[in-house]
Design a protein. Sequence first.
Length: 249
Amino acid sequence: MGFGPKKLSFSDILINSIGSLIAGALGSVIILIITFSIGNIINIPAAFNTASIGIETNAIFPLVLSVITLLGTTTTIFLTYYIAHLTNSDRYRKNIIILGQIAFFAVMTYLFVTPIYLYAGLQNYDYIMYVFLAHTLTVTFGTSIILETLNNYRYILLGIYGSFVGLFISIIITISIFSLFSAGIAKLISLIILLPIINFLITFFKQLFEIIYMYYFRMTNQDQLGDIFYQIELEEKEMLLEEEEKNSI
């Protein structure tokens, strides 16, 4: 049976959260670099302005934005994993299988969300920003789930529940920030700012949930979320034993 969740301090939470913030900021830098690099081909800020005054939209623009988002979010999640490994190598091991799963998830998410980019972009360019926000939240949250599942499988439920807590709070905060900006370029800029914020919030509140559970375990000696598969196996063995005893009567 388990020996309780791994020790986690508030300084650990702060270090890991700042690492996620840095990873998100670097992902935003990648988005900015690509945006300005292709400015002679597709002027993204200008496209939002022209769309706002009624000029017809086209499918190329949202497709380009979806690719830029893929590159920015992929950079963010890989850096998040790398920084997590540097700050907590005992928990987040460097493993090619884990890297492969993160990459696979990022690509699969992109393939599913690209048609939504195209549909939203053909309706109104402003709608693309909502797709961008949902795309970023999905990739960041999904990566958090994958990392916890493959690195902390003894406490897989703790990681999953913590990731959901981080996701829900991130949605509330990011939408609140997003709504403060006006339409058009201002919202586009806000999305670039929100990428590191989302990454920070999910990490922070996930680990805050974990440290609360750790103190709960210390006070009660109850570990409902630990070694869940072992607990299920024990229950199945007990049920099987009871069934055998009934049949032997």
